[in-house]
Ligand binder design. Structure first.
Ligand SMILES: NC(=O)c1ccc[n+]([C@@H]2O[C@H](COP(=O)([O-])OP(=O)(O)OC[C@H]3O[C@@H](n4cnc5c(N)ncnc54)[C@H](OP(=O)(O)O)[C@@H]3O)[C@@H](O)[C@H]2O)c1
Length: 343
């Protein structure tokens, strides 16, 4: 069994902990938090050993009646690999601790790419990270774009990608984020950071991205144009994407008109936390004009990187090849069950 520690038990960390626990070849050593709160309580309720991330705050856990298993350093030492899901920037600060204990670690998309040895997306560059000590699982948006680029690149070749990312203002719990009544070009200048981030996975890809922020919390929406090197029909592209894992091509008859309906679908399907691990592409939006492909896809920011973290664990440790890992991850999480079916 691969022993996995989770440092940072928030939006991403708690989902990764559940996904790791579901794997047949992995166990969760424990999770680290800085303070007792409802997430600390639920970690304990779920039977995860809880470790203190900040020494000075340890007494707060005792006062709240929450038992600690130890300090984060002990968690790191006892783990074969750590998934760091701390807020942006803290993962980079933690890198020294992972080096000190000779424990490989995965950082998340909020960290700068130059902090790590490699960036990762399971569909695109699984084999590139074996043996790399510090790896970054790219952000939710970059994951969504990379998953789409991979099959198009292989099947048709890509001249250029242009994508406009309409981004949720914050996650549902982030009441301090916004805008609450505005539409913000973010950034105003070209490119948004997403294009260069995709280039950490596809260094030679010609890609321009623009970003906006809107008053929404449910999902991101991408308006994508890919100039291909050949001219397949829209039907052929649709069939290709329908055959991809971690991609849900929404049929017209479902009547799913936006991210609200996708979230409802995930709730009806009894997905944990109503998570949508797949890219959701509107089938009828897949269009070809000459060699230009157009489509809309929705990305669930809180969960699409979760299966990617699980695969990155095996990829870094050299425990399985790409096909084997993705299959195992998807079956264990229930990602192989289509969004239209109950789990
Ligand atoms: N949410 C998204 O949409 C999303 C999507 C893809 C990637 N990411 C990336 O994933 C990373 C984590 O994001 P998130 O959304 O999960 O953040 P989050 O919800 O704020 O969770 C991070 C957790 O880390 C804990 N923490 C803070 N300082 C810590 C420390 N020094 N040691 C250990 N734990 C600490 C915090 O909990 P306590 O202080 O209560 O312990 C917090 O709950 C970021 O790099 C982010 O960019 C986020």
């Amino acid at each position: 069994m691969i022993r996995v520690g989770i440092n940072g038990y928030g939006t991403i960390g708690k989902r990764v902990a559940d996904a790791v626990r579901a794997q047949p070849d992995m166990e969760v050593v424990g999770v680290a938090k800085t303070r007792p709160n409802f997430e600390a309580q639920s970690a304990v309720e779920k039977g995860f050993d809880l470790y203190a991330a900040i020494e000075d705050r340890k007494p707060q856990f005792g006062e709240a009646g929450i038992e600690l298993a130890g300090d984060v350093e002990e968690l790191v030492e006892a783990s074969d690999i750590v998934v760091d899901a701390c807020p942006s920037g803290i993962g980079a600060d933690n890198a020294e601790m992972y080096r000190e204990y000779d424990t490989p670690a995965l950082l998340q998309g909020g960290e700068d790419s130059d902090v790590v040895g490699a960036s990762f997306n399971a569909r695109s560059n699984y084999d590139a990270v074996e043996g790399v000590d510090l790896v970054r699982v790219v952000s939710c948006n970059t994951t969504g774009l990379s998953r789409l680029i991979a099959p198009l690149q292989e099947a048709y070749g890509i001249e250029k990608v242009r994508a406009t990312l309409v981004r949720r203002g914050g996650d549902p719990t982030q009441s301090d984020r916004g805008p609450i009544n505005d539409i913000l070009p973010d950034p105003v200048g070209l490119p948004s950071h997403h294009g260069p981030d995709v280039n950490t996975i596809y260094p030679d890809l010609d890609i321009d991205t623009l970003g906006l922020k809107v008053p929404a919390t449910l999902m991101h929406m991408h308006s994508v144009n890919v100039s291909l090197e050949s001219e397949p029909t829209a039907e052929k592209v649709r069939t290709l994407l329908e055959g991809e894992r971690r991609m849900f091509v929404i049929p017209e008859w479902l009547g799913v008109d936006g991210s609200g309906a996708i979230k409802e679908l995930a709730q009806d399907a009894d997905r944990p936390r109503a998570d949508i691990w797949e890219n959701c592409i509107w089938g009828e939006s897949i269009s070809m004009e000459g060699n230009d492909l157009y489509l809309f896809q929705a990305i669930h920011q809180e969960s699409d990187v979760v299966p990617e973290n699980v695969d990155a664990i095996r990829a870094v440790l050299g425990e399985a090849d790409q096909e084997e890992s993705i299959t195992t991850t998807d079956e264990a999480m229930g990602l192989d069950v289509p969004l239209t079916q109950m789990r």
